[in-house]
Design a protein around this ligand. Structure first.
Ligand code: PNS
Length: 161
């Protein structure tokens, strides 16, 4: 039986930290689904869900990630149910800080309780330890250079607006 994992998130936009987690997840699991999830706590983003999927697909291809990485999205419903439909037994997330621990712990417990889906946390590489989509959106909004924090696909998508 193949081990399937989901890397979920808002990905608005995908960062180099996300990409690193996806790449490492692809080495740990047979199949990895990168899933853009609508997070109602983060309304009004930089990119639409479809744009985020397109940018992630480009970033994954540019990075030469293996074919076991697929990109998908869903707008509403439980992530645990999505995992069950897919046959995914694990979620993979990056854990940068104590704030992330506080944010992620209840979700990990609930997802395990709802569907038996385990959450695997990967620690960031030092270069990505402080990178967040929120920070990237702020810097873009203020006209700053985010090239150290995001894949080229994000820069292209921002530039083509
Ligand atoms: O990148 P984010 O916004 O921090 O990702 C959070 C996300 C989308 C993974 C989380 O909000 C989520 O899992 N949403 C799906 C709805 C759901 O299943 N809620 C119960 C979570 S325990």
């Amino acid at each position: 039986m193949s081990a399937v994992a989901v890397v979920p998130g808002s990905f608005d936009p995908i960062t180099l930290g996300h990409l690193d987690v996806i790449e490492r997840a692809a080495r740990l699991f047979d199949e990895v689904y990168v899933v853009v999830v609508h997070n109602p706590d983060k309304p009004g983003g930089l990119f639409s869900a479809d744009e985020r999927v397109a940018v992630i697909e480009k970033a994954v291809a540019d990075a030469g990630l293996p074919a076991n990485v697929k990109v998908d999205s869903f707008g509403s419903g439980l992530l645990a149910d999505y995992c069950t439909r897919l046959g995914a037994t694990a979620l993979v997330k990056g854990l940068r800080s104590q704030t992330d621990v506080v944010y992620e712990t209840p979700m990990a417990i609930v997802n395990e309780h709802l569907a038996g889906v385990e959450t695997v946390f990967l620690l960031p590489r030092p270069a990505n330890a402080q990178v967040s989509s929120t920070l990237v959106r702020q810097v873009i909004g203020l006209g700053g250079d985010v090239s150290p924090y995001v894949p080229a696909a994000v820069l292209e998508a921002v530039g083509s607006r």
